[in-house]
Design a protein around this ligand. Structure first.
Ligand SMILES: [Ca+2]
Ligand SMILES: [Ca+2]
Length: 354
């Protein structure tokens, strides 16, 4: 009798896992064809061969790019190379990417940069905040940007027990930021189960030296985060739920959800077009191909523009789409004066005219 029960339970578990795997393939858009969309004059950026996961651009047109992310389950073609931050001047006719020198006293060997966010101080000092995963932990590194001899001076490492599995940040004060957590479990296989069963266990955190708190919950995998031009609204991408949450920011830093913009693609990092306030979303149209990487059939790329974010019916349009023949695994797109810089998790970066 015991064996019968065990067999029944085993059969039921296998059936459940089988059903979940089929559902998961569907959720991950495993067999999706991509209609190409290409703006004018796109060219690949030299020097950014191993990813350009997140991009943030100064009002002057200088772009910071995080490169070389090592992330469990994702391909990485330079596993022994430390990550870097690159700089590009988008005012140049043919902008090139240059790796920024980082000051001594910071462990560059274990640098594993992920989401980034610029903060400009009252005295116009430029700071770059970087989500770092040294030895697969999560910290937030604060760097001061020296423009004359372009370099990053390491200012501080922020660690906190709640700063776990951090994906992206948006900085709104000298040491005040929102951070997304992309997995609840720190074990890779358990975190895959979270995705498989679509568990809404991740959140957005507010960090300051005096207060650290969860300000929004219920995401399957909270990923990119950014703020509206007037800093009244915070936009959060849930990569596994394929949507963007529009949240209202309150004086005590709490967030309340205004709406969810449902998409049909896996949304990674978000930026805001400084000219229009539109959201630009770097997306993974067929995320299954990211997890099971095959160079013969690589993951594609997609960039969406979301206009009239606060209106009843925001307008969503595709500004870039490629099946992976040019660009694989888009994670971000950021604009400056008619130029769009598109970054990827582990592949190259592309600059296009809009
Ligand atoms: Ca970011
Ligand atoms: Ca991300």
């Amino acid at each position: 009798m015991g064996k019968l029960v065990a067999l029944t339970l085993l059969g039921a578990s296998l059936a459940l896992i089988g059903e979940r795997l089929l559902a998961f393939r569907k959720i991950m858009n495993a067999s999706l064809d991509i209609e190409p969309v290409e703006p004018q004059n796109c060219h690949l950026i030299e020097g950014l061969e191993y990813g350009s996961e997140d991009i943030d651009i100064l009002p002057s047109g200088l772009a910071f790019i995080s490169s070389g992310l090592k992330y469990p389950g994702m391909p990485n073609f330079a596993p022994d190379e430390p990550g870097k931050i690159f700089l590009m001047d988008l005012n140049e006719q043919n902008p090139k990417a240059q790796a920024l020198k980082i000051s001594d006293g910071f462990d560059k060997e274990s640098f594993n940069p992920h989401g980034i966010s610029i903060f400009i101080g009252k005295d116009h000092t430029v700071y770059l905040y970087v989500v770092n995963h040294p030895h697969m932990k999560s910290t937030v590194e604060i760097f001061k940007f020296e423009e004359k001899q372009p370099s990053l001076i390491h200012v501080k490492t922020i660690k906190h027990k709640l700063l776990t599995s951090v994906n992206d940040i948006v900085v709104l004060g000298l040491e005040q930021f929102y951070a997304t957590r992309d997995h609840y479990s720190t074990n890779f296989f358990l975190s895959l189960l979270e995705m498989l069963f679509q568990l809404r266990w991740t959140h957005v955190l507010f960090y300051s030296p005096t207060e650290v708190k969860v300000v929004a919950k219920g995401f399957i995998s909270a990923n990119g985060i950014t703020v509206s031009l007037d800093q009244k609204y915070v936009y959060v991408a849930d990569v596994a739920a394929k949507n963007v949450h529009v949240m209202e920011k309150h004086d005590n830093w709490d967030l309340t959800q205004l709406k969810v913009i449902q998409l049909s693609t896996h949304v990674d990092n978000l930026t805001v077009d400084p000219a229009t306030g539109d959201i630009l979303a770097g997306c993974h149209p067929n995320a299954m191909k990211l997890l099971i990487y095959n160079p013969e059939n690589p993951p594609g790329s997609e960039v969406l523009r979301i206009q009239n974010v606060l209106s009843e019916q925001p307008r969503v349009s595709t500004v870039y789409a490629n099946n992976g023949s040019v660009l694989q695994g888009t994670s971000v797109a950021s604009t400056y004066r008619g130029k769009m810089l598109i970054g990827t998790v582990f592949h190259k970066a592309l600059c296009c005219e809009l």
